[in-house]
Structure formats: structure tokens, C-alpha cells
Ligand binder design. Sequence first.
Ligand SMILES: *[C@@H]1O[C@H](CO)[C@@H](O)[C@H](O)[C@H]1NC(C)=O
Ligand SMILES: *[C@@H]1O[C@H](CO)[C@@H](O)[C@H](O)[C@H]1NC(C)=O
Ligand SMILES: *[C@@H]1O[C@H](CO)[C@@H](O)[C@H](O)[C@H]1NC(C)=O
Ligand SMILES: *[C@@H]1O[C@H](CO)[C@@H](O)[C@H](O)[C@H]1NC(C)=O
Length: 615
Amino acid sequence: MMALRGDHTLLLALIWTTCSSFTLGTDGLKARIRVKRESGTFLSFKGRMLDNLKLVHASDSQTIYAGGPDGLYMLKPGKHSTLKKVDVPIFDPECPSTGCGYKISLLKEGRNGNPLFMCGTKEKTTKCCDVNSAHSAIDCFDLVNPTQITQPSLHIGDSLYYTVSTENHNQPGLYRSVKGKFTWPPLRTTEQRYIKILGNQSEPLDGKVYSFYTEQNQNQDQDMPLRIPRVSQICTADRGGSKSVLQYRWTSMLTARLFCGDEKKGLTYTELLDVAVLEAANWESTIIYGLFKNAYNLRAVCVYKMSDIINVFASNNIKDQTETFSSPSPGECVENSQTLSPSLLKFMEKHPEMSQWIKPAQAPLLFMHHHYTHLQVDRVESRTSENSHHDVLFMALENGNVHKILEQNNEPFIITEYEPFNNRTHITSLLLDRATKKLFVSSISEVIQIDLSNCSVYGNDCDSCVMARDPYCGWDLKCSANKGIQDVMNGSHTICQNDPQTSMSRTDGRKDSVIRVSQDSKYFLKCPMESQHASYSWDHQGRTRTCVSTDQDCLLLIDSMSQSDAGVYRCIASENGYERTIVRQELQMNAASETRATSSILAVACILALISVIC
Ligand SMILES: *[C@@H]1O[C@H](CO)[C@@H](O)[C@H](O)[C@H]1NC(C)=O
Ligand SMILES: *[C@@H]1O[C@H](CO)[C@@H](O)[C@H](O)[C@H]1NC(C)=O
Ligand SMILES: *[C@@H]1O[C@H](CO)[C@@H](O)[C@H](O)[C@H]1NC(C)=O
Ligand SMILES: *[C@@H]1O[C@H](CO)[C@@H](O)[C@H](O)[C@H]1NC(C)=O
């Protein structure tokens, strides 16, 4: 297919993979397809280096903001856009961001028609403002004690719910600021790390806010995990306690342990790393995905139903409860919490924990080989039938790559590994735009846009498109985001036989390309290994020939061309019980002994000898 031309990258890859294949072994949980930066699938936006960049979607537009403590950038996605620096003078008009010593401490999507909401902290002051489309700060207010706030936060009406994690040396917990009034968390000395806040805006008395966090375990028992994931619930109607008990602090806060693992097998994953939410029209049908890590640094994803969380808190079953309260019961939302009885308030101060755990709706998805750091989830309408959908997870890896994962029958199927960055890097934020099906990924100096419904990465035949099992794609004359032939469940390309175009190209019979190789010369045949789930081999006149695998290709090396090497070669991929011919090639021998060996071919021979020495 291609004469050896001393391609050094190829040779190095050859050495590397030949050597490493002996030590690493095969990993059945690899991504099926790798999409590299060179493929031209990604858009890259560069800026100045910024630490802890976080991506936020502006409300009501496609604009993305990327902000860290030291600055803010704006991005209007498009082929020729760049990250544009934005100055929002919060403290003084003369003080642009990053000037005058202030740091951005909170960044979230805006409200009341404004694209953005942000807080800036300078010494002991934190000021929060809506940011309008001209990037002016409006309706600012101060947050007092504490000022070092952390990211998870939520607006409900005029209220800002925000969290403080222990790393900031303040009282950790959930806080609320509304029109200059504050509600504080109960006094606790344990470490807490907040991951997510969720809530719903129902009738004033019904509203609840749920926080997801990891808390240091107070139980010093050696067998107990160091940290425990939890969910807390408060009523939005909570106005704090009486003058003597829980004044300005939550009176309705209940907490429950969030369990991820397998009780029968004694598996528990106790550190919550990220939470992604699939919101449903009906709040109780909301689904929550949690990414966890265990003491062995392995990852698991557990899926919870909002209705299960609501039920645990509604069970009225509080841990170590000795007193009973009829009405209101602990955690029940009331119109004026300041008038709750002192005994109930004292009880709430000491006993917020439910005895029941919040358990996942199904067995966890376990990952042995990939150290994921961030999680996003999308629900994709089926390309083939109405009223059905597939849930797809996006998870960031420690090396800067992102996996697109289909979750099915409790088995993760890694559809694609996107490799958006040139170099190994740390992903700081993942942001999914469900409306446009774009995923934004940030590193310290770059924001990358991944087009999730660019199906051309799966090649241009029906078989490849269907075997990809990508719910965003279907076969409709080409592999595209249109409705078409697809088999997400089984990835069985046999359904392509129904496609008139495909069966036509099959009967058409691809003409073998004929290559003439001189007698006694070296030659190699190359077959691209698109799928990391398939095994590839060459067939020569019915005889199977194993190949030498490089990073991307299955090579068949012919040491010295002879008449017995002539004939038709087929590269066969077998995957998931299906066999497919990827390449067909006919070799014919040139009897005339015109020597084609060049010095580079000799170099290859040397290097191949070297491999056998090193490995
Ligand atoms: C889709 O990806 C291909 C390469 O895989 C690239 O050439 C093409 O430009 C992309 N299309 C869009 C619309 O981004
Ligand atoms: C909010 O939650 C309450 C209690 O769970 C529920 O009754 C109400 O319907 C929810 N509101 C919305 C808008 O989903
Ligand atoms: C990647 O790393 C190489 C070598 O360390 C460096 O020269 C190059 O600039 C880096 N590229 C990017 C995009 O950071
Ligand atoms: C997928 O496979 C299952 C069992 O192997 C079978 O019941 C089902 O019909 C298949 N689905 C499709 C769309 O072929």
C-alpha cells in the first residue's frame, strides 16, 4: 500500500507500541475511537494563562464566559473567534478586574435578563453584582462574614444561596443572602467540600434547596472512610430560629448520607468529585449523576432519582431520635421558623441527620482504568424511533482527554476519546451546551469546543457509523446527526443491509488495487485500526497473518518478496462478533530484480532488529 520511506514518527511509534504491548496488556475498557486534535474536529480559543478557569454559559445567548480568580474572558463561539478579555469594574470604575487586588470569587449565569452574575473579593469585602450585556456591574450588594466563598451557588428569586468549603478557613456550609439579610449554616467543625446546589422555585412554602458535598468523617474508627458524601435539604421559607436558639441559622436543615457502591460486595465510593443533573419537566423526575472516587483512586458513577432523595427527607426517620415531634415535624417547612418551639429548635441544632441513606437507582458504573475528574450528562433523542432517548456521559480524564460514554444495562461503552489538547494538561472545567450539542473544555490557557454531533469522525460507510453506537449519529447517506439507520443498543451493522446505498456498494465489488513489488525487496501493507475494540489481522489467500501494531495501524511486513507472497491480501477487523474487510490489496511480484531497497529500508531493518533487543 505504501513503500517504506523512512518515516521516523512511524518507526518510533512502532518501537513504542511493540515494546509497550508486552508490559501494558490490553484494556477492554478503552475508548472505541480516538479523535485527535489533528483531525480538525475541534475549535481552539487561546488566551493568557489563567489559573482555575471555570466556564459559564451566559443566560439567553450562546456566549461563554471563562473566568478565574485573576480575570474574565468572553467567547462568542465561531470559527474565527478568540477569547476576549472582559473588565467588569466592581469596586471602583478606575479598578479594572485583576487591578487593585481584587479576585473573582464567584461566577455564574445571570438572572433578570443579564448574561452574568459575579462576586469579587478584596481583603475583607466581597461584592456581588449582576453584569449586564455592556459588562457593567449593576444592583451590587455586599456579602459579609464570610467573604471567601466557593463556586456552587444558586439563585432563587432574590435569594443567593452560596457555599463555603473548608479550604477557605471559614465556617463551611450553605449560606443565603437576600436583600441584606443572611442565613448561616449550623456551627460545625468538620471539613466540608461543596460540589453542587439544586433547588426548585415552587410555591413559597414548598421550595427546597439541596446541597451535595463531601464531609470529613467524625467517626475516628479505622474501618470508616475518611470522608462521607452527603446531601442536605433546607426550606427556602426558613427564616432562622428564635433569639436564643439558631438565630440567623437554618432551622430546617436535614442531612442524609449519599451512598455509592455495592453493599453486598462491600464496595463503597466515598469521595464525591462532581455532580451532573438531567432536569425533567417534572422536578421529581430529575436525575442526578454523581462521580465518585474510592480509597484506591478508582472511579464510579452513581445515578439518583430526585424522588428518592425527596422521600428519604420526607421519611421523618431521624438518626438517634429520642424525642418525638408531631407537628411541625423536624425539617418541615413552616411559615415562620422563628416561632418554632425551643425544644424543636434545639433538636434541629443537634440532630440533622436522617437514618436512611440515599441510595442509587441502579448498580454503579465502575471504572477501573480511568481517573476521571469532571462529569457532564446529556440526554439524546433516539435517531431511529420516537419517544426514546439515550443518556450520554462526558468525563474528563487527568491527561486532558474527554470520554463520551454510553450508559446501557449498567455497562459503560466508551464511544469516543476526544484528545482536544496538544499536550497533556489538566482540565479545569467542562461545560455542555445541550441546545447546540457542543462541549466546551478548558485548560489553563485554552478553551476547546467539541462538536458532539460531528459524525464524520466515524468514517463514511454505514457499517462504521452504526458500529460507533453514537446516539448523536445515524446513517442517512452519510454518517450525520440526522435521523437514520442506527443501532445504539447492539452496534450491529447487519441493519445496514436494509440500506439500498450500502448494498449497492457491496455488490459493486470494490476493485482491488494492484501493487507490484520487486523480488527480494521489503514491503509492508498498512491497515488503519480505527476501532480500539476490534482485533485486526491480515488474510492472505485464506491464511491468517498476524500483524505488527503501531499506534494506529496494523502492518504486515514482508521481509523479502517472493512468489509465495503474491496474491490478494485482506485486512479483517473482528469486533463484537462481526467481521469486516477494511482493506483489500493485491500484490504482484516484479520478476525483474530492479533493486528498490534504499538506505531508509535498511534503517527499518536495523530498527526492527533493535526492537527485538529492547523488548
Ligand atoms: C467535523 O470533523 C471533521 C474531521 O473529523 C472536520 O474535517 C470537519 O470540519 C468537522 N465539521 C464541523 C462542522 O466542524
Ligand atoms: C418543587 O418541589 C415540590 C416538592 O418536592 C413539588 O411539589 C413542586 O411541584 C416542585 N416545583 C416545580 C416547579 O417543579
Ligand atoms: C507542548 O509541549 C512542547 C514541549 O514541551 C512545547 O514546545 C509546546 O509549545 C507545547 N504546546 C502547547 C500548545 O502548549
Ligand atoms: C439487540 O440484541 C438483543 C439481544 O442480543 C435483541 O433482543 C435485540 O432485538 C437487538 N436489538 C436490535 C435493535 O437489533
